[in-house]
Design a protein around this ligand. Structure first.
Ligand code: AGP
Length: 609
């Protein structure tokens, strides 16, 4: 996620801004910049790459000023570059804007502004805000911000600096992008996260959604978007910097599991309407070209492969396309049959995994149309693919994938719905039902976090197990695979994910009172079959941990432990069902004292074969 800092006061503004951005580096970014008010004008510098590049530029051409804003960018719209880095300015260079989040209606706004004669310098959604402010500005920057917030749609945190209003900086929050005000003596700070201001002050104001805050040297004033004054109690931050970076969570992995509702919302933003209709304007592959596809081949590694398995079921069922699916490391040596009417879907959060990139090269050489599902703008996959469906999970610090997996599954569902709509292969009522379930997914993923206490209790009972079997059927089969991978990669306990129907073809021999079985037994067309598998495992004395929906009495009576999640459309339920399995793996690993964020032997991105 992007990082935002702001400062007004007597200190060296550039130094305070750089220090704050340095404290936000852990969030991940690909470019950075600052803007200051100096006398009656704006000055600024921005650079792609690490903060060192910006610091080098500022060493060569120092900037001074009385107020300033700074930003570290995690690219979502427009590749990482000096030009796309924030802050963004209006045509007259009098207003600077920094932004964290997504402006969903940026394309329409940009078109209107171009019509009015504005000139743009970047590919970003953010720059439209600078030109909108220029359009409505009439001397009061706060009033201009208030007007512009009525025009933009999306989740964002914004910072606005105006050369004509040098004694104030305006910030606004709409959605889950946090904003914190730090209160000093004759100085004020703003940041996306506490670590950026902790060394200056522990007195803070938390800005809530739908609020505007104006900071001046002598204080801060908060109003709602429609101008009502807000009184906010000053809170005292007790955290040290390290725990502040994790938002108070013990590990980044747990913080990222708790971020998943926002990640779902961000990945759906601008792609799903209130009626559950899907539109993917930015994948870079036309509907005409998609209509020519006669087969889908998918490849990925690790957790991304599990998302691809999930996608296979949905694409087959909704888009009625034959789907071949392989581990990328196998695809390369399996003499794959790839033709010009093959849609090759490569799933990779980093977009840099060597095996996946080699498979992309082979698919392209075979004439396939390659669509990347990726979390990093400008990555090797994004550059190599004919089109990219970006997930908006933000940078994932924990080596074990959690929020990027959930984002990948959301992308798979969007893609399957889009293909089905383009090809006209599914009943519109079915598409609408699945789309509406997707629309409601953020709150369901949030509710699934209520299994945390049960996951802690289950971790207490099973952390000494030496092997655990995970079972799932149909669209929950990849969730069994993912639950097993999560457990083994962070707790080092052997775990196997299996298709529940396969249990009697071998793995059932493993089961006894020492080998627990995790069963994904939520509602759907195969639930009766899963219940039988659960009973078969129980009959071998295996203790059962069941992911279930409320009121599923047969499951509740058979299982030893229940991880209860809200019910939803069975094609979307797997994205909810994975949450308790992530929590179970996390708490077992934590109880064992494992290095949850940096498990032994693992790298976040495997760039070697
Ligand atoms: C998942 O927890 C692992 N970190 C690993 O399996 C990962 O999913 C795999 O290496 C693929 O990475 P990618 O999505 O960046 O291609």
């Amino acid at each position: 996620m992007c990082g935002i800092v702001g400062y007004i006061g007597p200190r060296d503004v550039t130094g305070v801004l750089l220090d704050g951005l340095r404290r936000l580096e852990y969030r991940g970014y690909d470019s950075a910049g600052v803007a200051l008010v100096e006398g009656d004008k704006l000055v600024g510098t921005k650079r792609v790459g690490k903060l060192g590049n910006l610091e080098e530029a500022l060493r060569k051409h120092p900037l001074t000023g009385t107020a300033g804003i700074g930003h570290t960018r995690w690219a979502t719209h427009g590749r990482p570059s000096d030009t796309n880095a924030h802050p963004h300015l209006d045509c007259k260079q009098r207003i600077a804007v920094i932004h964290n989040g997504i402006i969903e209606n940026h394309a329409m706004l940009r078109a209107d502004l171009l019509e009015k004669g504005h000139t743009f310098s970047s590919e970003t959604d953010t720059e439209v805000v600078a030109h909108l402010l220029e359009d409505v500005y009439a001397g009061d920057i706060v009033d201009a911000v208030r007007k512009v917030l009525g025009l933009v749609r999306g989740a964002y945190a914004l910072g606005v600096l105006s050369a004509d209003n040098p004694d104030e900086i305006v910030f606004a929050r709409n959605g889950a992008s946090p904003l914190i005000v730090g209160i000093g003596k004759d100085e004020m700070f703003v940041a996306s996260d506490i670590p950026a201001i902790l060394e200056y002050t522990r007195k803070e104001l938390i800005i809530q959604e739908g609020e505007i805050v104006v900071i001046r040297r002598d204080g801060a004033s908060i109003t709602t978007f429609n101008g009502e004054h807000v009184e906010r109690e000053v809170t005292h931050v007790a955290w040290d910097v390290r725990s502040a970076e994790k938002g108070g969570f013990k590990h980044f992995m747990l913080k990222e599991i708790y971020e998943q509702a926002k990640v779902v919302k961000d990945t759906l933003a601008g792609r799903l309407d209130e009626q559950g209709g899907v539109k993917l304007p930015d994948i870079g592959i036309s509907d005409e070209r998609l209509l020519k596809m006669r087969k889908v081949t998918m490849f990925a590694c690790g957790t991304a492969y599990h998302a691809a398995v999930y996608g296979m079921y949905l694409i087959r069922q909704l888009a009625k396309l034959p789907v071949e699916l392989e581990l990328a490391s196998e695809f390369r040596y399996s003499d794959p049959v790839v033709e010009k009417d093959t849609l090759a879907i490569a799933v990779s959060q980093s977009g840099e995994t060597a095996d996946t990139m080699e498979a992309v090269r082979m698919a392209k050489a075979g004439g396939a149309t390659v669509l990347g599902v990726c979390n990093v703008v400008g990555s090797a996959l994004a550059r190599a693919a004919h089109g990219t469906l970006y997930t908006h999970a933000g940078p994932e610090i924990g080596v074990a994938a959690t929020k990027t997996f959930v984002a990948q599954c959301v992308a798979m569902a969007l893609l399957a719905l889009h293909l089905a709509k383009v090809r006209g292969t599914a009943d519109p009522d079915v598409l609408r039902e699945v789309g509406l379930a997707l629309r409601d997914l953020p709150s369901l993923v949030d509710q699934a976090l209520n299994t945390n206490e049960d996951a802690i209790a289950a971790a207490r009972r099973y952390s000494k197990a030496t092997s655990i079997l995970f079972l799932g059927r149909h669209v929950n089969y990849p969730i069994a695979l993912e639950g097993a991978l999560k457990l083994k990669e962070i707790s080092y306990i052997h775990a196997e994910g299996y298709a529940a129907g396969e249990m009697k073809h071998g793995p059932i021999a493993l089961l006894d009172e020492n080998v627990p079985t995790v069963v994904i037994a939520t509602r759907g067309p195969v639930e009766e079959k899963v219940l039988s598998n659960m009973a078969e495992a129980k009959a071998r004395e295996s203790r059962i941990i069941a992911v279930a929906n409320p009121g599923d009495h047969e499951v509740l009576e058979t299982a030893d432990d229940i991880l209860e999640v809200p019910a939803t459309h069975h094609l979307i339920a797997p994205i909810v069902n994975v949450v308790p399995l992530q929590l179970l793996a996390y708490h077992i690993a934590d109880r064992k004292g494992c290095d949850v964020d940096q498990p032994r032997n693992l790298a976040k991105t495997v760039t070697v074969e």
